[in-house]
Ligand binder design. Sequence first.
Ligand SMILES: *[C@@H]1O[C@H](CO)[C@@H](O)[C@H](O)[C@H]1NC(C)=O
Ligand SMILES: *[C@@H]1O[C@H](CO)[C@@H](O)[C@H](O)[C@H]1NC(C)=O
Ligand SMILES: *[C@@H]1O[C@H](CO)[C@@H](O)[C@H](O)[C@H]1NC(C)=O
Ligand SMILES: *[C@@H]1O[C@H](CO)[C@@H](O)[C@H](O)[C@H]1NC(C)=O
Ligand SMILES: *[C@@H]1O[C@H](CO)[C@@H](O)[C@H](O)[C@H]1NC(C)=O
Ligand SMILES: *[C@@H]1O[C@H](CO)[C@@H](O)[C@H](O)[C@H]1NC(C)=O
Ligand SMILES: *[C@@H]1O[C@H](CO)[C@@H](O)[C@H](O)[C@H]1NC(C)=O
Ligand SMILES: *[C@@H]1O[C@H](CO)[C@@H](O)[C@H](O)[C@H]1NC(C)=O
Ligand SMILES: *[C@@H]1O[C@H](CO)[C@@H](O)[C@H](O)[C@H]1NC(C)=O
Ligand SMILES: *[C@@H]1O[C@H](CO)[C@@H](O)[C@H](O)[C@H]1NC(C)=O
Ligand SMILES: *[C@@H]1O[C@H](CO)[C@@H](O)[C@H](O)[C@H]1NC(C)=O
Length: 674
Amino acid sequence: MGYNKVPCIAFFLWQFISFSLPYHSFAIEVDANATALLLLDASKGSSRPIPDTLFGIFFEEINHAGAGGLWAELVSNRGFEAGGPNVPSNIDPWSIIGNETFLIVATDRSSLFDRNKIALQMEVLCDTQGSNICPSGGVGIYNPGFWGMNIEQGKSYKVVFYVRSTDAVNISVSLTSSDGLQSLASANVIASASDVSNWTKKELLLTAEGTNHTSRLQLTTAKKGVIWFDQVSAMPVDTYKRHGFRNELFQMLADIKPQFIRFPGGCFVEGEWLRNAFRWKETIGPWEERPGHFGDVWMYWTDDGLGYFEFLQLAEDLNALPIWVFNNGISHQDQVDTTSVLPFVQEALDGIEFARGNASSKWGSVRAVMGHPKPFNLKYVAVGNEDCGKKNYRGNYLKFYDAIKRTYPDIQIISNCDGSNGPLDHPADFYDFHVYTSANDLFSKAHKFDQTSRNGPKAFVSEYAVTGNDAGKGSLKAALAEAAFLVGLEKNSDVVQMASYAPLFVNTNDRRWNPDAIVFDSSQVYGTPSYWVQRFFVESSGATLLNATLKTNSSAQLIASAITWQSGDGKTYIRIKVVNFGNSSVNLSIDVAGLDPNSEQLTGPTKTELTSTNLMDENSFTEQKKVAPGNGTTLPDGEMDVVLKPYSLTSLDFLKKTVSLRMWEADASSKSSI
Ligand SMILES: *[C@@H]1O[C@H](CO)[C@@H](O)[C@H](O)[C@H]1NC(C)=O
Ligand SMILES: *[C@@H]1O[C@H](CO)[C@@H](O)[C@H](O)[C@H]1NC(C)=O
Ligand SMILES: *[C@@H]1O[C@H](CO)[C@@H](O)[C@H](O)[C@H]1NC(C)=O
Ligand SMILES: *[C@@H]1O[C@H](CO)[C@@H](O)[C@H](O)[C@H]1NC(C)=O
Ligand SMILES: *[C@@H]1O[C@H](CO)[C@@H](O)[C@H](O)[C@H]1NC(C)=O
Ligand SMILES: *[C@@H]1O[C@H](CO)[C@@H](O)[C@H](O)[C@H]1NC(C)=O
Ligand SMILES: *[C@@H]1O[C@H](CO)[C@@H](O)[C@H](O)[C@H]1NC(C)=O
Ligand SMILES: *[C@@H]1O[C@H](CO)[C@@H](O)[C@H](O)[C@H]1NC(C)=O
Ligand SMILES: *[C@@H]1O[C@H](CO)[C@@H](O)[C@H](O)[C@H]1NC(C)=O
Ligand SMILES: *[C@@H]1O[C@H](CO)[C@@H](O)[C@H](O)[C@H]1NC(C)=O
Ligand SMILES: *[C@@H]1O[C@H](CO)[C@@H](O)[C@H](O)[C@H]1NC(C)=O
């Protein structure tokens, strides 16, 4: 994240600015004077293929996008590691049920697992009988999840934890409302002293008898003794393909048909300090053995359940190409000298082998053990994030570049240095381009790549968004400027090969960066207008760009593109997209040249619009589709005159029919109708 005017070091702490902007009602100011003509050349000669990879997504672990988001794990800080490696340590967000008359809770370093030594020790002082009787319901600990767990009636949850005790245990495992009063599911784990004298893994399936979106997980007992807990997990059984991804969030991604997924950051990859950077080897293998880490740029702990393997799995499940961004020995505050960067280079090579080495290679075999013997389709890697200006970047970059090309000549390497204004001083297949700016500026940046050299590495616009006052928490205004920018990228897709909006997700309880494409909490989700803009471009990757030229006599702020695309059932469509970024409606006439009048016909169009009554309109949990395209309306066949509403994105899909004259006659002579 972050670049240009907003380096991620100075990340936005979301501040709510109440929008006291004047209410713009378009209806009263519509003046239909402006007209425009779109000249479209549908002939093969003036068209050009759009890269298969053009539109994708960028997933950063920011705003609790993964932990407490797409990754469906309900327990936060499941191994009690978030308080650091020393004891005693804070167990936040775990809390204690009961007071010190009844129990004493502490941490120690007795874990079964070497990479995450902290375990929780609970000494229960009360009992079912005697002088210190435990309160009804028992005493123990609870985890509130990420601002509450979404527990739904009839759904099942797999709870796993490690336990050890000096005595026999009778532990109640339950899912309850946040105050503990409403029990949604419960089971007892009963074990003899010999069963639990050493660490023992316990697994149980709880089926909810009620629904509460802000529930918690409790581990309680009414029996005196000392119990140790470690690595406590609660996962909904119902996740995408049982791969651990929250279904409705996964679906939001699948619906924009991303061609690639850049991951896992962003600044998350760099770290404020190198010691807190994302290091892939710490995030693979059995979940209970992962150390987890504190992301010190976005300031939260992750248990790394969503690790390198899961990101690759996510890409595969989305049918998207993985684009792995790795740390190149540079964080925000410290950097490794080029002379000592080789361990990082080896780590990157090992990571590539983990992804695509065969199942008998050193790291490919680790992947195979994790359940994926088939290699993942890793073809792109990025050397760092936003590090071009750092002292050691070029030196470090070349070490990575040379080593990777030597071992994997087909891997495409992405540099952090901007090559849009002139050639790079180092070899690369792609260069990163990030832009966060105002709406007017992004609208004008639709032409950013018009003058870029057609030789040399291709552009990867891996982060773009309108930010600041124009954006609100995701406004129509921001989205329309982004739509114009994307139209410009589509038209320049001979040099721009990939583009992704940023950030993708925000959990409303931790809005570190604003705005975002997809907003959610424990149980709800909606897309901002910026999300819906991306839906207009899902057919563009791999389509054919047509020459579309706009002629207008007004100062109207318009931009348009046209593509031909094939639907799944083999039909061919021409799609025109026009952004009207002005406050007047525009009468648009479309003139299509280059069709064979004897054999090619256009029917439709179907018109789809993204607009609203107010330029600063946003979506919300209560009005999820206030600013969203409708189902589309079918205009009379061959309608070539359309009104573009003020502040709108309009898409027109014409079905292109190839009519064989002989077939046509045969059809005409047959009396049957279909
Ligand atoms: C529209 O036409 C009216 C009447 O001719 C004129 O007063 C007005 O300035 C025009 N508006 C624009 C935007 O051209
Ligand atoms: C624009 O189109 C509308 C509706 O088709 C029509 O009423 C109006 O006269 C047109 N305006 C111009 C300037 O062509
Ligand atoms: C696109 O069309 C415009 C106007 O019709 C024409 O001037 C231009 O040369 C065409 N460009 C290409 C690449 O065919
Ligand atoms: C603990 O709670 C019990 C019952 O609520 C109360 O009687 C007792 O005084 C409390 N002990 C302490 C140390 O607060
Ligand atoms: C375990 O504890 C529950 C209360 O949570 C109690 O109802 C049950 O009888 C106990 N079972 C055994 C075997 O002690
Ligand atoms: C969930 O639990 C909270 C806290 O007890 C309660 O206020 C809320 O009404 C519950 N919601 C439902 C849907 O039962
Ligand atoms: C406890 O279990 C672990 C692994 O299950 C094993 O390595 C260890 O030797 C056991 N310790 C004792 C004292 O049995
Ligand atoms: C698997 O990969 C290793 C290391 O790259 C290589 O030496 C070996 O020949 C490969 N095996 C097969 C069956 O391709
Ligand atoms: C644009 O042309 C239309 C007629 O084609 C005319 O009515 C209108 O006034 C013109 N607008 C401007 C801004 O010149
Ligand atoms: C409409 O936009 C034009 C320029 O784009 C501006 O001069 C005019 O003030 C705007 N009108 C309103 C009512 O905002
Ligand atoms: C769009 O279509 C869906 C499914 O056919 C329907 O349920 C929905 O009401 C339609 N929405 C609008 C705005 O017409």
